[in-house]
Design a protein around this ligand. Structure first.
Ligand code: ADP
Ligand code: MG
Length: 365
């Protein structure tokens, strides 16, 4: 009936060892009875993906992927459409069998112990079947009852978390798509799963709706959840994630802390007269240390991926061909530039509407 991975479970969750202090007010992570739970005070990953591979016929959708997500962090899982994110999510949830490799939740293989997934992973995989004539709050109460009882205080806390407290008494059928989506996330959180998976959580939402979802993602991590945020949208993940892994054609091409990635390399913004862009690009292309060249936002702007000191070489080379740049300014790289560089020349199956809008310099133009 619904879509969260958790709500069909009737048995009440067993108590877990004490969580770190910032979680004291939160209910414990749900956990299936009769399975050992690793010590939560240690550095144990909530999710561990090892050598994960999935082939569909001759297509390798996911290729030898390994990563971990720990409690209290948001890991962005970034890649163009068709790069294998949802396939990976399906394997994490035990819905799809890997061709090779495995997934562990709290140290337990999800293929061998599907009960670990249903108790400790929350993911919205389709639209939950909420009751249209009940309010958002009453819907959560109804689902909470089916789960064996969730306190009203907890439900109010979740409504506040997903910014639905003001509309919680209104009927579900009056909600916008964004509100429905947020209520769905609250439903996923009812059982307090240790791992929360958001696969393109803002799909179909307008910018305001997207922002409303983006805003509370860091709060999930602060509350002690491990969050895996799969997205093809850079602006969705850049400011809410602690770490990012970038995949292309099912393979990891980059990973690291967002801060480290955006400081690596950097870009140099070059401004010339609009009619000089073509010869300037040709000249800059020949300079050592330049790894990528893209058009900037304004006409005449050129974004060059290179270390800051290459700025002098750019100035000199442009002057050598009679082009006087009005600006050559190094600045920190954006994740977007990194993402563009890494995913350029994606496979035909991949397409990315967020990127197709961007202009690119054609070679020899
Ligand atoms: N059930 C399936 N059968 C065949 N091919 C599939 C199936 N599911 C996904 N694929 C293919 O695997 C690749 C990755 O898809 P997907 O994981 O949905 O990417 P993403 O979520 O990153 O957009 C695509 O080429 C897709 O067509
Ligand atoms: Mg997908």
């Amino acid at each position: 009936m619904t879509a969260t991975e958790t709500q069909s479970q009737k048995q009440s969750p067993s108590q877990l060892p004490t969580q770190p202090t910032h979680r004291e007010t939160k209910p414990p992570v749900s956990w299936p009875q009769g399975l050992s739970l690793p010590d939560q005070t240690g550095d144990v990953p909530v999710l561990k993906v090892s050598g994960l591979t999935r082939r569909f016929g001759h297509i390798t959708a996911v290729n030898n992927l390994s990563f971990e997500v720990r409690a209290g962090e948001v890991l962005a899982f970034l890649g163009p459409n068709g790069s294998g994110k949802s396939t990976t999510v399906s394997m994490i949830l035990g819905l799809l069998r890997p061709t090779a490799g495995n997934v562990e939740l709290y140290g337990h293989d999800v293929q061998k112990h599907p009960e670990v997934v249903s108790k400790s992973a929350g993911a919205i995989i389709e639209n939950p079947a909420f009751y249209p004539y009940l309010s958002g709050r009453d819907n959560l109460r109804a689902f909470g009852k089916a789960l064996g009882g969730v306190s009203n205080a907890r439900i109010d806390e979740l409504l506040e978390l997903v910014r639905m407290n003001e509309r919680a008494s209104d009927k579900y059928k009056t909600y916008s798509l964004g509100m429905k989506q947020r209520l769905g996330i609250a439903l996923t959180l009812l059982q307090n799963p240790g791992l929360i998976i958001l696969d393109e959580p803002t799909n179909g939402l307008d910018p305001a709706g997207q922002r409303e979802i983006r805003d509370f993602i860091p709060e999930l991590a602060r509350n002690g959840h491990a969050v895996l945020l799969a997205s093809h949208l850079l602006n969705e993940v850049e400011h809410v994630s602690d770490r990012v892994i970038i995949i292309r054609r099912g393979e990891m091409v980059q990973q690291g802390r967002v801060r480290d990635l955006t400081q690596k390399g950097g870009v140099i913004e070059v401004r010339v007269e609009p009619q000089e862009v073509t010869p300037a690009v040709e000249t800059i292309r020949r300079i050592g240390g330049v790894t990528n060249i893209q058009p900037g936002d304004a006409e005449g702007d050129i974004i060059v991926s290179a270390e800051p000191q290459v700025g002098r070489d750019i100035n000199r080379a442009l002057a050598g061909v009679g082009i006087w740049a009005t600006a050559v300014s190094p600045r920190a790289n954006t994740l977007e530039n990194i993402f563009l560089e890494l995913t350029e020349g994606s496979s035909p199956g991949e397409q990315d509407t967020s990127l197709s809008k961007r202009r690119r310099f054609g070679r020899g133009s």
